[in-house]
Ligand binder design. Structure first.
Ligand SMILES: [Fe+2]
Length: 236
């Protein structure tokens, strides 16, 4: 169908942190990922959203764009109370934790794709690799962020010689045995307990994708029939 009008676009992703004290670290993680902070507003003690509000865009080049916005704000009290009750009733983190919670956590630990997440398609594999190395270092060594970040890379499926060679030469993907969903692309999941997500409100997952140019469409960056056919072949 011919496009004779500008398309509607994705507006924003609103992310939440739990406590006011979590705001500086949550905002720092988003900056360390590489998102561009446009401005922030200090808290107003009177309202339900008492912590700071931050406005990011996913890429400095996307500043003033309309479909790449991330908001960061505090979880409102009524929502917090529901999450607290869910965790309490299911015994999350206790010796009587629900078996269903244990099974869900195991599934998510095996594959972050299993749960709710938000994905960014990167324009540069080199930038994606630099981000991964930066986050892995922060998670290992940084006094504030240590232990708050889990990075899970999926390398490109084997079969395209030049892509395979690039993977073997990559400081991030060379030793990875997990594979991307779809051909000629990579995925990296970044999970953190500093942001709210999922049914227990204890974890949020970003996905960062890169698709090598010049091949048939990948499901990660183009919902075309090419992507559908390639996916069917992959699953066969
Ligand atoms: Fe995904």
């Amino acid at each position: 169908m011919a496009q004779d009008r500008p398309s509607s676009t994705y507006g924003h992703l609103a992310m939440q942190y739990r406590d006011k004290a979590d705001a500086p670290l949550a905002a720092r993680l988003l900056r360390e990922i590489g998102f561009k902070e446009c401005y922030s507003i200090a808290s107003t003690e009177a309202g339900p959203y008492s912590g700071p509000f931050h406005h990011f865009v996913i890429d400095e080049s996307a500043n003033r764009g309309t479909d790449r916005i991330l908001f960061l704000l505090q979880m409102p009290p009524a929502l917090r109370e529901v999450y607290d009750e869910i965790n309490e009733k299911l015994g999350v983190g206790t010796d009587h934790q629900s078996a269903k919670v244990t099974a869900m956590r195991e599934a998510l630990a095996h594959d972050p794709e299993y749960g709710f997440h938000a994905a960014v398609v990167m324009h540069s594999l080199e930038e994606l690799e630099a981000m991964v190395l930066r986050l892995q270092k922060l998670n290992a060594e940084d006094p504030e962020l240590k232990g708050h970040i889990r990075v899970t890379p999926n390398r490109a499926r084997p079969g395209t010689p030049e892509v395979d060679a690039r993977m073997d030469a990559s400081p991030v993907f060379k030793d990875v045995t997990r594979h991307c969903y779809g051909p000629n692309g990579v995925q990296v999941f970044v999970e953190t307990d500093l942001l709210v997500g999922g049914p227990l409100g204890d974890n949020f997952a970003f996905e960062f994708d890169y698709v090598f140019p010049g091949y048939k469409d990948n499901i990660l960056n183009a919902p075309s029939s090419d992507a559908e056919e390639l996916l069917a072949a992959q699953d066969a």
